[in-house]
Design a protein around this ligand. Structure first.
Ligand SMILES: [Zn+2]
Length: 94
């Protein structure tokens, strides 16, 4: 998801959180089943909510994903992808 997104975007995208070990996930109050703990998820941010929304919409319309989450009104975007291909294409707002 990330490489095609970055190519399309043509500018830097900050990954605020990628893989988290269980201790880090607990420290940041991540979900107990967080895909960050299996290296399947990334939290991405351009530094601007409007631009984060553009990333979100591009992923939603053009790329395969498991879960795509608008976090806190586009403060950042969470996207996950399962390498086994069992991607749910689930879109959520938290
Ligand atoms: Zn996340």
């Amino acid at each position: 998801v990330l490489d095609p997104l970055r190519t399309w975007w043509g500018k830097p995208i900050t990954v605020n959180s990628g893989y988290r070990c269980p201790e880090l996930n607990a420290a940041v109050k991540g979900s107990k089943t967080s895909q960050h703990m299996s290296g399947q998820a990334a939290d991405i941010d351009t530094g601007d909510r409007q631009q984060n929304k553009l990333l979100f919409e591009h992923i939603r319309k053009n790329l395969p994903f498991d879960q795509l989450i608008d976090e806190s009104n586009f403060a950042w975007v969470h996207v996950s992808y399962r390498a086994d291909g069992n991607n749910r294409m689930q879109v959520l707002k938290l």
